[in-house]
Design a binder for this molecule. Structure first.
Ligand SMILES: Cc1cc2nc3c(=O)[nH]c(=O)nc-3n(C[C@H](O)[C@H](O)[C@H](O)COP(=O)(O)OP(=O)(O)OC[C@H]3O[C@@H](n4cnc5c(N)ncnc54)[C@H](O)[C@@H]3O)c2cc1C
Length: 382
């Protein structure tokens, strides 16, 4: 790892993702962002699935690409240069709760549904509720045991793929009195009776990633769909977030920042009058700062991914990576807008889109206040 020489396989995946992002994702992402397409982009996801870019972490035996977290990070960065929301969708599929906590029987049943390369299925991770965001331990959705079934009732909010997922990991409490020790994870199929979506959120950015709440009204599932034991749910959710903070915020964040930097650089290299001021320090110093923070962010993502792959305890590292990279993405995208002036303030160049997209990275999967809190406890507590 320290040599930074990528393997032949890693280079191939990177190249494939780069081509897919430029040829397939970028043109469509612009249309989705501007609301020019009404249909959900299943055809794009189907093409991604066929190329092994939608479920990268799933075992090959179930149809996944079987990649390690480091290689997934490299691919997600490239996809995010095309569009942050599409790359995020791939990250949720590539590292899901069934892979983390599912037993053999559950993996056999549900992973092929998420790894299907002909008819792709999406995963959803449903923890947040209308009154439980940062304070995820206070969720109220309940799971009542009846014989060898559980009956789920409650409401989830702001769930990515909330109305389009085929396999949901839903976190509910089996005993409110037990606090986080009552939280339990369940696999719920997308077509389960009693599961009904709320309204589709009209978002500032990441418009290619669908976000909705949903209601659970007497959703019955067999006890064999429970992830781990009763009370394991909070731990499972945090295990998944530990990886997603590196993939969905880290790798995706590097890609969004790179898109802004590369577009800004291209502008100064190619556009008439802009070429004349490229050499001025007021411009080139900003470009140098943008590139430096992108390089530093990528190193954090790669180191963190490598630690996860090698089962080295990450401690505060994922939180540091999450807030540093997402702050970088926002800063780089903002600088891009400033550098291009009025050109970037309109939709003539996609810089304004990158600012809107990057902002989400500071909010989801633990806000940057919460991840700073976690990191400061880990690093400065002794
Ligand atoms: C587009 C989008 C997609 C999402 N996808 C998913 C998903 O797939 N699954 C899922 O479960 N959730 C999802 N979420 C929810 C997301 O994880 C929450 O928005 C996030 O955890 C923050 O919760 P909140 O929005 O309720 O903010 P709040 O918790 O209400 O926080 C409001 C503000 O207070 C600050 N704050 C809160 N508590 C503290 C504290 N203790 N110390 C310091 N500051 C604090 C926060 O940092 C924030 O600035 C998504 C959200 C968005 C916007």
């Amino acid at each position: 790892m320290i040599g930074f020489e990528l393997s032949g396989e890693q280079k191939q995946w990177q190249k494939k993702a780069q081509a897919f992002a430029q040829e397939e994702i970028k043109p469509l992402a612009w249309k989705i962002d501007k609301g020019l397409t009404r249909e959900y982009h299943w055809p794009l996801l189907a093409k991604m699935a066929k190329q092994g870019l939608l479920n990268m972490g799933g075992p090959e035996v179930y149809g996944g690409s079987g990649l390690d977290i480091l290689t997934i990070s490299m691919v997600l960065e490239e996809l995010a240069v095309g569009d942050g929301g599409i790359s995020f969708t791939a990250s949720l599929n590539s590292y899901n709760a069934v892979m983390i906590a599912g037993n053999e029987e559950q993996q056999k049943k549900f992973l092929p549904l998420l790894c299907d390369t002909e008819n792709p299925g999406l995963a959803a991770f449903a923890l947040t509720e209308p009154n439980a965001g940062s304070d995820a331990g206070s969720i109220r959705t309940e799971a009542r045991r009846e014989g060898n079934e559980y009956v789920l009732n409650g409401e989830k909010s702001f769930i990515s793929n909330g109305d389009v997922a085929r396999v949901y990991a839903i976190f509910a409490t089996v005993d409110k009195g037990k606090g986080i020790k009552g939280i339990t994870g369940f696999i719920v199929p997308g077509d389960a009776e009693g599961l009904s979506p709320g309204k589709i959120e009209d978002k500032m950015g990441f418009r290619s990633s669908r976000t909705t709440g949903f209601f659970l009204n007497d959703v019955r599932i067999p006890e064999t769909y429970r992830l781990g034991q009763e009370g394991d749910g909070f731990k499972i959710a945090m295990q998944e977030l530990e990886v997603l903070r590196v993939l969905s915020c880290g790798a995706v964040g590097v890609g969004v920042a790179r898109a802004a930097y590369e577009d800004a650089l291209r502008f100064f290299k190619t556009v008439g009058d802009a070429k004349k001021i490229m050499g001025q320090q007021a411009i080139s110093f900003h470009l140098a700062d943008m590139l430096a923070s992108i390089e530093a962010s990528r190193l954090m993502v790669w180191k963190n991914s490598w630690m996860l792959d090698n089962k080295i305890p990450v401690g505060a590292m994922t939180s540091l990576t999450k807030f540093y990279v997402s702050d970088t993405a926002v800063e780089v995208a903002n600088k891009g807008v400033q550098l291009l002036g009025h050109h970037a303030y309109t939709e003539q160049y996609p810089l304004e889109k990158y600012v809107r997209d990057a902002k989400l990275l500071q909010i989801y999967e633990g806000t940057n206040e919460i991840t700073r809190l976690v990191a400061s406890r880990g690093v400065f507590s002794n």
